[in-house]
Write a new protein. Structure first.
Length: 544
């Protein structure tokens, strides 16, 4: 064994473990920030970080049976990204500790990170492989360099003077025959300790730079949409849909008939809301059609449009839940686009894809049977907000969002029923998703206390594309009593209801049920949202 190359460096010539851990973690942080900036400047968006988060959602969204997986509200998404960063930093700390004795570890481990990030970018989002690799190489190179720089600053240097023998030195052990240093070099090296201030100063500087880099990357992400939408003017609809002039009653606390855009529920799997540039966006229509075509945003807006009021509901909405809203939508009827393409006889499914890869599908009949089915570009009189699918989305009355309401619409493909499955189908949700007749009590709130005397209960009921014909209320399991119904723009929207009751002191329960325009009664058996929508009657307890 060549004696001049000891397998292990003596421990007193290594960086301390905390310093090494910090070096690795800072290196990973720098690499993530570089990945963010590089992918923004290379237009390799979404970045490695967000692509990895997205891949996580794709992979695990279905196996987490909880409905929260479909919700993925703003907080869940932030939590996912923050969690990904924290886990990465911890792995970085381990890399740093490993690098104390094995200098090749950072390069290898960071490269693995880079490959994973680039893989997620190219496979999950359609980032070009060259751009993804370039971003990964920048991130890995700079991250590894920072880790090594810090490790070097933390490494004690051998002093020139050698100490002849441990004998007689205070650290020398009389039982050194069994001590692990026995096989090491005979001489003890004196070391000059690294400057703690220089190490911490450099690490701190890199952390500040990383933070600033993430902020810059975030700002780069916000810019384009604002620039792109400045000159957009929504045309007047070719055919308007009048809102009810007045409602026969108003119960304060009941959901407004038209949900304000800012209060409209939001559900999607996208980690970073797609920023679509309307000036280059094109809606593609293809598949089993005679003449596939593409249409630009300006061309879409130039087509005759309709305005319709449609209630949109999420399949994850629990009985009594609020994942539902009613809005005025403006857009181009699907039938106009399908006519232009010439749908072939074998086509059974209208399958649509979002710019971020999410997809959904429903039977073609839903687009052609006369219900509202459109490519919508405006919501409540303004262009679609980014969160709700700018520049265009599908709105189909009577179908849950997960099978129909594709936001950031990119492609409409006509295919067979077996030809494609939407995003949620292999994740345990039904292939077909008609909205179930349902009703909700908004007033009084569950658990609240109301005043004795005449009191109005109120809420909403819906069966989009069929309409609601009756709502009944039962207090304390008493007989079902007819509620008054509000006015509606069409059968595609929910209806507000009111039931006036003389409140007597004590604890009470209230239940609500609805009947649709075809005479079907609301299903009373309780069923969870998965796989095709919750059933059961909404019941609340309150006291007077
Ligand atoms: N691109 C894309 N579109 C999507 C989704 C999604 O995850 N990605 N989710 C769908 C689901 S499950 C619902 S309920 C509706 C919600 O639309 P909203 O966010 O405008 O309320 O969008 C649908 N469109
Ligand atoms: Mo949904």
């Amino acid at each position: 064994m060549p004696s001049e190359l000891p397998a292990e460096l003596p421990a007193n010539l290594l960086p301390s473990k905390p310093a090494a851990a910090l070096s690795g973690a800072v290196g990973v942080g720098v690499a993530i920030a570089v990945g963010e900036i590089a992918s923004k400047t290379l237009s390799a968006d979404p970045s490695p970080l967000y692509s990895v988060g997205g891949a996580f959602i794709d992979r695990f969204a279905g196996s987490l049976k909880d409905i929260a997986i479909q919700l993925f509200g703003k907080n869940d998404k932030t939590a996912l990204i923050v969690g990904t960063v924290i886990i990465s930093l911890c792995i970085g700390a381990l890399i740093g500790i490993g690098a104390r004795r094995r200098q090749w570890i950072p390069l290898l481990a960071f490269s693995a990170f880079g490959v994973f990030g680039a893989w997620a970018q190219t496979v999950r989002a359609d980032v070009g492989i060259l751009d993804a690799c370039l971003a990964a190489i920048c991130a890995v190179a700079i991250g590894v360099a920072c880790t090594h720089l810090l490790l070097r600053l933390a490494t004690p240097k051998p002093a020139t003077r050698m100490v002849a023998s441990p004998k007689g030195t205070p650290t020398g052990s009389p039982t050194s025959a069994t001590s692990p240093t026995q096989s090491g070099p005979d001489e003890r090296q004196e070391v000059s300790l690294p400057s703690r201030r220089r190490f911490l100063g450099t690490a701190g500087g890199l952390i500040v730079l990383t933070y600033a880099g993430m902020k810059v990357a975030g700002a780069l992400a916000g810019e384009d949409v604002i620039a792109a939408v400045k000159n957009i003017r929504i045309p007047r609809p070719f055919r308007r849909r009048a809102l009810p002039a007045i409602q026969p009653f108003e119960v304060s606390g009941v959901a407004e008939y038209v949900t304000p855009t800012s209060e409209f529920y939001r559900i999607d799997t996208s980690l970073r809301t797609p920023n679509v540039d309307a000036s280059t966006w094109r809606l593609k229509i293809r598949g089993l059609v005679d003449t596939p075509f593409e249409i630009s945003y300006a061309e879409l807006l130039a087509m005759p449009s309709i305005e319709e009021v449609v209630t949109l509901s999420c399949v994850s909405n629990e009985v009594g839940g609020d994942l539902i809203g009613n809005a005025v939508w403006q857009g181009v009827p699907l039938t106009d686009l399908l006519e232009r393409a010439g749908v072939q006889a074998e086509a059974e499914q209208l399958f649509s894809r979002s710019v971020d890869g999410w997809n959904s599908g429903f039977p073609i009949e839903a687009a052609t049977d006369g219900r509202v089915a459109m490519v919508a570009y405006a919501m409540n009189g303004a262009r679609l907000p980014t969160a709700h699918g700018f520049p265009a989305r599908l709105v189909v009355s009577g179908l849950y969002g997960y099978v129909s309401a594709t936001k950031w619409l990119d492609t409409i493909e006509l295919t067979t029923w077996r030809g494609a499955n939407g995003f949620w189908v292999p994740r345990g949700w039904s292939k077909e998703g008609p909205v179930k007749l349902s009703s909700r009590i908004d007033v009084p709130r569950a658990g609240s206390r109301v005043k004795e005397g005449m009191f109005a209960l109120g809420g909403v009921a819906w069966s989009p594309s069929i309409g609601v014909s009756a709502v009944e209320v039962s207090i304390d399991n008493g007989p079902w009593q007819a509620a008054e119904l509000g006015s509606v723009a069409s059968e595609h929207t929910w209806v507000q209801w009111r039931y006036v009751w003389s409140a007597t002191a004590g604890d009470h329960t209230a239940r609500v049920r609805a009947t649709d325009q075809q005479g079907n009664a609301q299903v009373t058996a309780n069923q969870a949202p998965a796989p095709n929508g919750a059933t059961g009657l909404h019941q609340i307890s309150f006291s007077v």
